[in-house]
Design a protein around this ligand. Structure first.
Ligand code: HEC
Ligand code: HEC
Length: 214
């Protein structure tokens, strides 16, 4: 059993225990609990109290685009986003969230400030990744990532912020887009990622993670 599963278990036990003087605020099936409370008491276990996660297994949510977060939570809830980690970790959590809670959660994390994080990639990967991010790979018809995700990778509305995201998570998602249909709303990314080699993916992920952290 790895640490993520243990954390999940801890969350579940915490929810089940709900003792008398601790109101049912950990109850993710209670529509009266605010998004703010859920963020601090449930989501924080994996994504960090401020949406800056310590473990690269859990994506950072701080400063993420509000519209994008609403779309992803709705996608997990509707089971349209079905990549294995999303299925394993996020389907249950999002199952009973109301539209209002989803909106509040998204607003909460969008307003959090991304923290500086340890650089995860090697310098040579970071340099090679920058070329892909800013110029794409013209020979293969791959457009610059910056053209949709913004010059600093901060995203805009449905285009997620990818700057400062954990490199392992970025690699995982690019592979999901490239090889599967597990994120159908991301079909544009399937086309973008189609011709990327594993090396390209590792490089661009190393660059993105490092951009705001240097
Ligand atoms: C037990 C751990 C855990 C908890 C608790 C948890 N998450 Fe997640 N979450 C994950 C993992 C793992 C992923 C990555 C899934 C993937 O790779 O598809 C994720 C992905 C996400 C994403 C998609 C991020 C992106 O960049 O596309 C959002 C949004 C999200 N979680 C929001 C929440 C919210 C809001 C809560 C609280 C209501 C929450 N999570 C609670 C583990 C957790
Ligand atoms: C034509 C516009 C476009 C271009 C160009 C583009 N992206 Fe995206 N990207 C998107 C959209 C839209 C999404 C959100 C998909 C979804 O909602 O599932 C996305 C999602 C992603 C995600 C998932 C983020 C997360 O938090 O789960 C990653 C990683 C990503 N893009 C990386 C890249 C990289 C690297 C490049 C350049 C090689 C790139 N993108 C070029 C539009 C684009």
């Amino acid at each position: 059993m790895n640490t993520q599963r243990l954390t999940l278990l801890a969350v579940m036990i915490g929810m089940a225990a709900g003792c008398a003087n601790e109101p049912r605020s950990r109850d993710i099936a209670n529509p009266n609990v605010s998004g703010e409370t859920l963020a601090l008491q449930v989501c924080s276990n994996c994504h960090g109290a401020t949406g800056n996660s310590k473990s690269p297994n859990f994506p950072n949510l701080a400063g993420q685009q509000e519209v994008y977060v609403v779309a992803q939570l709705s996608g997990f809830k509707a089971h349209s986003r079905q990549d294995p980690a999303g299925f394993e970790y996020m389907w249950g959590i999002s199952h009973n969230l109301t539209d209002k809670q989803i909106q509040e959660l998204a607003a909460h994390f969008a307003a959090e400030k991304p923290e500086r994080q340890r650089i995860e990639g090697k310098p040579e990967r970071i340099a090679a990744g920058k070329t892909i991010f800013t110029g794409g790979i013209p020979d293969k018809g791959i457009p610059p990532c910056a053209s949709c995700h913004g010059p600093e990778g901060n995203g805009n509305a449905t285009f997620p912020r990818i700057a400062g995201q954990h490199a392992d998570y970025l690699v995982k998602q690019l592979t999901v887009f490239q090889r599967t249909n597990d994120r159908p709303e991301g079909s544009v990314m399937k086309t973008v990622a189609h011709e990327l080699t594993h090396e390209n993916i590792e490089n661009v992920a190393a660059y993105l993670q490092a951009v705001p952290n240097q």
